[in-house]
Design a protein around this ligand. Structure first.
Ligand SMILES: *Cc1c(COP(=O)(O)O)cnc(C)c1O
Length: 439
């Protein structure tokens, strides 16, 4: 629930359990049962039966019985992670997070006011995770007029009284600046029980470990397999790294970025150097500073926090950092970047050759997977959003195709609830203190 550790660092488990001797018994389990097996070794403060029912509840909102079905597209196995309420893979973590928060708050009879900033997908998935939950309010800021119309409607058509979708008159950077400033006012933060659901929350990583196991079982348990992950904040692929450390036989984790390629450059050169943010056709990956990368560094640097601190300090002061003798762990990864032209071509080819419609983020992954796939080793590629969510990019690649999804069809006819605020800390604080009293 605390998000960041008290010293500003990220939380990680004390140990990573090796489950390889138990895995054989898990092959007949449903997704939720498998999730309970994978998560239980990390959880010591929620009784197993409570955890299992929270997990069940979280994935009952998905529109596919297998939750993360594996679909064959030519020689690639696409693991579809977009069957949750907002059609992006973030639902897998945020549905569970919402239920975990609700459970803990009701047990301890406390309240939480979640404050977040979003440029698109995270906001709607976080809102879908906590709407109508007792003890929680959620305040999500987005830059007015700068998210896609669908993304805005996915937030503003939620009418629950604990949900506040706030259109900020400013940019996404303004929204993030407002959030940081309010969180840095520690007195305000504690008197209003402010919390966050951003991608550094450990419970989000935990929920994402599960589908790597699910993919392996759906492949009928090969001796080894590769996984390609379209990557922005390094959260998704870091979950795969943990799954591998737990004994899942992932051979290589293939990291696919768009033209924001700081991570691809790092895994190819050992040098972590900031660049400028480019706006791409896969906007959820338009990130230069990947917040979860710091977790990976901890393992990369021999579980030595002092070295992680030094690396991050170097990076923040000079915009550049590196790890001497960067082999070993690096060999578990294979990285590349895919520009917009290749992304759109990948959408076109996938559809024309195989009849499969991929969203632009998934298309980045598929393009990279095709470059590095090797005969005899199954290749799984994670599909992170439904194509209907990124209609404009799909339309550019396939002018005759309009991707649709039932849940988005009626959005334009629904009633909306949103609040407009200037990009001002004082206005935001006044808004929070006025509205959090309804709990
Ligand atoms: C958030 C997101 C990503 C990036 O995931 P990370 O965990 O940040 O690497 C990729 N695709 C979509 C559709 C997303 O919403």
């Amino acid at each position: 629930m605390m998000g960041l550790a008290a010293d500003g660092g990220l939380l990680i488990p004390e140990t990573i359990p090796d489950v390889s001797s138990q895995m054989a018994d898990w092959h007949k389990l449903s997704y939720s049962e498998l999730a309970a097996k994978v998560m239980v070794p990390f959880v010591d403060d929620i009784p197993v039966s409570d955890l299992a029912s929270l997990i069940n509840q979280s994935y009952s909102t998905f529109d596919h019985a297998r939750v993360s079905p594996l679909v064959r597209v030519a020689n690639i196995h696409v693991l579809e992670l977009f069957h949750g309420p907002t059609l992006a893979f973030k639902d897998i973590a945020l549905q569970l997070l919402g239920n975990l928060f609700g459970h803990i708050l009701s047990k301890t009879d406390s309240t939480l006011n979640i404050l977040g900033a979003t440029s698109g997908d995270t906001g709607s998935a976080a809102i879908a995770g906590v709407r109508s939950k007792p003890g929680v309010n959620i305040f999500i800021m987005f830059p007015a007029g700068r998210t896609s119309p669908i993304q805005e409607l996915q937030m503003t058509t939620v009418l629950d009284q604990n949900v506040f979708s706030i259109a900020i008159d400013g940019s996404f950077d303004d929204c993030q600046m407002l959030m940081k400033t309010v969180f840095n006012d520690l007195e305000f933060k504690s008197s209003y029980d402010l919390g966050a659901v951003n991608s550094v929350n450990w419970a989000r990583v935990l929920a994402q470990i599960v589908y790597y196991f699910s993919a392996w079982f759906q492949l009928q348990r090969p001796t080894e397999f590769d996984v390609t992950v379209p990557t922005g904040n390094f959260g998704n692929i870091f979950a795969g790294f943990i799954a591998k450390q737990m004994g899942l036989p992932i051979r290589r984790l293939v990291l696919a970025t768009n033209s924001n390629d700081i991570l691809a450059r790092y895994f190819n050169s050992g040098i972590y150097q900031k660049g400028r943010v480019h706006f791409s056709e896969s906007p959820a990956m338009d990130i230069q500073i990947a917040s979860n990368f710091e977790r990976f560094l901890f393992y990369h640097l021999g579980e030595d926090s002092a070295q992680v601190n030094r690396f991050m300090e170097d990076f923040h002061t000079t915009g550049l950092a590196g790890v001497p003798g960067c082999q070993g762990i690096m060999e578990q990864f294979e990285a590349g970047s895919v520009d917009d032209i290749d992304t759109l071509q990948s959408i076109t080819r996938c559809y024309q050759d195989n009849g499969y419609l991929a969203d632009p983020h998934t298309a980045v992954g598929i393009a990279q997977a095709e470059r590095v796939i090797e005969p005899g080793v199954p290749m799984v590629c994670l599909a992170t959003a439904h194509p209907a969510k990124f209609e404009a990019a799909v339309h550019k690649a396939l002018p005759l195709i309009v991707p649709r999804h039932e849940s988005l069809k009626n959005l334009h006819d629904l009633e909306t609830r949103k609040f407009n605020l200037p990009a001002s800390v004082d206005h935001l604080k006044a808004f929070i203190s006025e509205h959090c009293s309804t709990l």
